[in-house]
Design a protein around this ligand. Structure first.
Ligand SMILES: [Zn+2]
Length: 243
């Protein structure tokens, strides 16, 4: 911290302690929306450890409200009063389940039981600080499910439950996979319900599609689709070889 910042933070604290605070209209509106009371602003300013100078001569104060939740305010020092100009838009999302807590970033555990195996992982999610409810971001859930499918299809012991899980994890409809594999739609359902043993070549292809998905690729799917759309081969075929 520079001397200027040190001096400013001492001055800001002194003004705040004495209650010499003025709120601009936008700051008041934003504060009300966020649920920040005057006491919160005063608390944030009196407990602030440092301020950062802004290019317009204002100071940015990163602090906390009376509940300890993050509160950032921009203040201008006017003669003998602090003017709160704006609140930073970092208001935490309110929990839609309990309507009380704030939802904050947290490492959360995700787990699922499939085909007799329990899979667990830690993902970057969110958690309510009041009811402790956990929120899983969609892309992280998708990555988790693809990782589960990858583990399940990594052996040849896979049964119908595994086959169906893996197919759905990569977002393939049963009729689409049937068409790509050149089997009937009913065949897929017989494999998935365990009425027929799964063709091991079909399982290997599904495992490849899953492996691709885990790496963000669709190359196996592209090969399968290209085969379906390819024109019949001519009697005489001139090939271009890589030199
Ligand atoms: Zn909650």
């Amino acid at each position: 911290m520079t001397i200027a910042e040190l001096a400013a933070s001492a001055e800001i604290r002194a003004h705040a302690e004495a209650g010499r605070i003025t709120l601009s209209h936008p700051a008041r509106q934003r504060g009300t929306m966020r649920g920040a009371r005057f006491a919160d602003i005063r608390h944030a300013l009196t407990t602030a450890l440092s301020g950062e100078a802004q290019s317009n001569g204002c100071w940015r104060i990163d602090s906390a409200d009376t509940d300890g939740d993050e509160l950032t305010v921009i203040v201008a020092i006017w003669h003998d009063v602090l003017v709160i100009t704006v609140f930073q838009e970092i208001e935490p999302m309110k929990c839609p389940l309990c309507n009380k807590g704030a939802v904050k970033a947290a490492d959360v555990e995700i787990s699922e039981r499939v085909a007799g195996h329990t899979f667990t992982a830690t993902i970057h999610g969110e958690q309510c600080d009041a009811c402790n409810e956990v929120f899983y971001p969609g892309p992280a859930v998708e990555a988790f499910e693809i990782a589960v499918a990858r583990a399940l299809t990594s052996t040849d012991e896979a049964g119908g439950e595994t086959f169906k899980y893996a197919r759905k994890a990569v977002g393939l409809r049963a009729e689409d996979l049937a068409s790509l594999l050149g089997v009937a739609r009913e065949t897929i359902s017989r494999w998935e319900t365990g009425k027929h043993p799964i063709d091991s070549a079909a399982l290997a292809v599904l495992a490849l599609i899953v492996k691709d998905a885990a790496q963000g690729s669709t190359s196996t799917l592209e090969v399968l689709r290209a085969r379906r759309e390819a024109k019949p081969l001519s009697k005489r075929v001139a090939l271009k070889l890589a030199s």
